[in-house]
Ligand binder design. Sequence first.
Ligand code: VGL
Ligand code: ZN
Length: 200
Amino acid sequence: MRPANEALIVIDMQNDFCPGGALAVAEGDTIVPGINALMQEFRAVVLTQDWHPADHLSFASQHENAAPMSMTEMPYGPQVLWPDHCVQGTNGADFHPDLRTDADLIIRKGFRREIDSYSAFFENDHETPTGLHGYLSERGITGITLAGLATDFCVNYSALDGAKLGYKVTVIESLSRGIDLDGSLEDARQAMLDAGVVLD
Ligand code: VGL
Ligand code: ZN
């Protein structure tokens, strides 16, 4: 059993990010058993859930002549335009059916139309908090271990923000899978290493 000051944060293990889903990550489903097993080791377990309104502005469908996976400029910076995914209340937004969901906290993100939210800690403006930092600090948690989807987006953003907030951050690469858009997976690995994140 891990000490009480360590939390496992499981990122976006949802149907839409698994094979057959709207924004499928290759092999996204294969990490479910390993994540379930890892949850047993931690006294604090948090799940995140990408949770978008149907007209979310990160969806290519909300922009004229925009192809999924193309880039746009938002007030807070560059933004990938995704296929519609993880729409609130749909099957695609549900957790993978085999994922253990007996976690302490489920944090939903990306529910404001105007702003995307990759990180478990902050929305993509890097300043609007999700509340997770308050939760973890109030529980005295100083170390976080991350696993889930996608390595190069939500896991990466969560790891970088976690490191910036002063947590000791470990990403379990074997229990994460990436989208890998134009080299984003290697860029993310490098950014995490530079930030002092342990890639395990
Ligand atoms: C994610 C793209 C859009 C993720 C979420 O979970 O990594 N990626 N929304
Ligand atoms: Zn999303």
